[in-house]
Design a binder for this molecule. Structure first.
Ligand SMILES: [Zn+2]
Ligand SMILES: [Zn+2]
Length: 226
C-alpha cells in the first residue's frame, strides 16, 4: 500500500487494476473483452492459416494415395506386355504410338515402348522454361524431394535417390531456392505427379557424371539387371 497527499488529506493510492477499467463489480461478474482489433485480426489470420494447412495436408495425402496405387501396379520383366513397359508406370518408356491408336503393335512383346495405359502428365512450356533458368544446383535441389518421395514408395527408386544425393554432397551445396511464387507452386504440384523416369530425364542437362550414372541405372532397371 502507498500513500499520497490529495485535497489536503493523506490518502491511500488507488490500485491500478481492475478499477482502472471500470467498476470492480462488473469486472468480477462479467469480464470485459479487452482484445484490440489487431489481436482479433491476428487470431482470425491464424485460424485461416491453420485451415489452409489442413487443406494442403489433405491434398498431400490424396496425392500420396494416388502414388501408392500407381506403384502397386508396377510391371517387372516377366509381367510386362512389352519391353518398354518394364517398370510401368514410374520407370517405363514412353507410351507406344501404335498401342495408343488401338491398332495393335506389330512388335508386340518386343516393342521398346510402353503398352499400358498412361495418365498424361508432363511439364508445360512455362514450367520447362522455369527449370531451364535454374542453376544446376537449384534444379537438383528442387528435384530432390521428388526423388525422395519415389524412394519412400518404391524400393526400385532408392538407387536413383542415392546417386542424386551423392552428387549433391560432392558438387552442389544447397542454394537458397527462389520460392514461393505462384508459378513455382504450380511447378511443384506438377513435379509431384511426374513419373520417376521423367524426373530422371530432367537431370540429363546437368554436367559431370550424374546423367550417365542415372541413365545406366535406368537401363539396368529396364533390362532387369539391377
Ligand atoms: Zn508405362
Ligand atoms: Zn508398341
Amino acid at each position: 500500500m502507498s500513500l499520497r497527499y490529495y485535497l489536503t488529506f493523506i490518502d491511500e493510492e488507488p490500485q491500478a487494476s481492475p478499477d482502472a477499467f471500470g467498476s470492480r463489480k462488473r469486472g468480477a461478474s462479467c469480464p470485459a473483452d479487452f482484445r484490440s482489433k489487431e489481436e482479433v485480426r491476428s487470431m482470425w489470420t491464424e485460424a485461416c492459416r491453420e485451415q489452409a494447412l489442413f487443406r494442403s495436408q489433405v491434398a498431400q495425402l490424396r496425392e500420396r494415395a494416388d502414388h501408392v496405387r500407381d506403384n502397386s501396379q508396377e510391371c517387372n520383366t516377366l509381367t510386362a506386355p512389352s519391353l518398354g513397359s518394364v517398370g510401368h508406370p514410374q520407370l517405363c518408356r514412353r507410351p507406344c504410338a501404335h498401342f495408343a491408336k488401338n491398332a495393335g503393335c506389330p512388335r508386340a512383346k518386343h516393342c521398346a515402348f510402353c503398352h499400358l495405359p498412361h495418365r498424361h502428365v508432363s511439364l508445360d512450356k512455362r514450367m520447362r522454361e522455369q527449370l531451364a533458368s535454374c542453376s544446376e544446383a537449384e534444379l537438383l535441389w528442387t528435384l530432390r524431394p521428388h526423388f525422395q518421395r519415389h524412394a519412400l514408395a518404391n524400393p526400385a527408386a532408392v538407387g536413383f535417390q542415392e546417386l542424386l544425393d551423392r552428387n549433391l554432397a560432392l558438387h552442389h551445396p544447397q542454394p537458397a531456392l527462389p520460392r514461393p511464387s505462384q508459378s513455382w507452386q504450380l511447378l511443384e504440384k506438377r513435379l509431384v505427379r511426374l513419373p520417376l523416369a521423367a524426373l530422371v530425364g530432367l537431370c540429363f542437362r546437368v554436367s559431370g557424371h550424374l546423367p550417365g550414372l542415372l541413365q545406366e541405372q535406368l537401363r539396368d532397371f529396364r533390362t532387369g539387371d539391377q
